[in-house]
Design a binder for this molecule. Structure first.
Ligand code: SF4
Length: 348
């Protein structure tokens, strides 16, 4: 039955790790949704909590030392209270993961065909080996591996980086997942191959009718694949919106700083000055305050500012959008490195 309900709804998701130095809060009470058949990008610098957030959905973070709380509803079912066996059915079934480095995920002692056949037969134990091989060929064809039947008997080291990522995507598709969680799947690839993999994911999304949660540090990649964007910093959501809202009306100083780091923009060479705060002892107030060019006194007291809605789909966590402030102060034009200016950065 078709429904308008989001495929995934995350509310108050918090992931903590017990360490010798104290409790490390990697993800701190975040909310987001993934609509059916659409792509949501979780974006932020390394250490922003985006990978831990994505891994907390199916609880593949190690627990202990990790502890996940909050609500994760997948197709109406609460995931956080599921037993391990119920979770096992969803992981690698209706929700599949692919990771940055296919090198680590593939077993180099077995042929690619053997590994896909095993994945097919694990998911469907009644399928014969011959049928599973035929399915493996179909999957390799779907992900654009040329000469798929012959390549089944090749070992992972005989595939290029881009081809290995295609194989990993094929293995993720074995179960015809409703949600594909892709964690920096193109980061290790050169720009041309990166674009090919993004195009492939878009084609497969339509063919397999999947939603995608795409985790990346690269707003350039986001422009090519996202329907919706959630910008994370130090475990918190700073801004969320459609891809058009984020690129044409970036509103949070952190989002704008990330955009200024794109090639051709003012901070492309040096990046955002400073580093992320400690997740064990984060600063009071806005987590971004120590690096923010627009911080005022109120930014450094209390909690992270609540999200202020700018539209039905666009919200921002910054005091300059609260009553009594003028948001235009944080919306100076973004300066490109050739001296030209722009309000936002177009997504195409
Ligand atoms: S709340 Fe303050 S520190 Fe945080 S982004 Fe807004 S201006 Fe900067």
């Amino acid at each position: 039955m078709m429904t308008d309900e989001p495929l995934l709804t995350v509310e108050g998701l918090t992931t903590e790790f017990t360490t010798d130095k104290g409790t490390l809060v990697a993800v701190d009470g975040i909310d987001f949704e993934i609509p059916r058949g659409e792509t949501v990008c979780l974006v932020g610098e390394s250490g922003s909590g985006k990978t831990v957030a994505s891994e907390s959905i199916t609880r593949i973070v190690p627990t202990p030392p990790g502890e996940v709380s909050g609500s994760v509803k997948f197709d109406g079912q609460e995931v956080t209270t599921m037993s391990e066996s119920e979770l096992e059915e969803i992981r690698g079934g209706r929700i599949a993961h692919i990771f940055q480095n296919p090198q680590d995920a593939l077993n180099h002692c077995y042929t690619v065909g053997w590994q896909i056949v095993e994945a097919v037969q694990t998911h469907e134990p009644d399928v014969s080996k011959q049928e599973a091989r035929e399915r493996a060929v179909e999957l390799l064809n779907d992900v654009g591996v040329a000469n798929a039947a012959a390549r089944l008997d090749d070992y992972p080291h005989e595939f290029s980086g881009g081809q290995k990522q295609r194989v990993m995507i094929a293995m993720a598709l074995v179960t015809n997942p409703d949600l594909l969680i892709a964690d920096e799947p193109t980061t290790a690839l050169d720009v041309t191959v990166q674009a090919q993999i993004l195009n492939l994911l878009e084609d497969l999304q339509e063919e397999y009718n999947m939603s995608i949660l795409f985790v990346t540090h690269d707003l350039g990649v986001v422009a090519g694949i996202a329907d919706h964007v959630v910008v994370m910093y130090a475990g918190k959501v700073m801004e969320r919106g459609t891809v058009t809202e984020i690129f044409e009306d970036p509103s949070h100083p952190y989002t704008r700083a990330l955009l200024e780091c794109l090639p051709g923009q003012a901070r492309a060479a040096e990046g955002i000055p400073g580093t992320l705060p400690s997740p064990i002892n984060p600063p009071d107030g806005c987590r971004f305050a120590p690096r923010c060019d627009y911080a005022v006194e109120e930014c450094t007291a209390g909690e992270q500012p609540p999200e202020e809605p700018l539209s039905d789909t666009h919200a921002v966590s910054c005091v300059h959008y609260q009553q009594g402030y003028d948001p235009s102060t944080v919306k100076e034009e973004i300066v490109q490195d050739d001296g030209a200016t722009t309000g936002g950065v177009t997504s195409d």
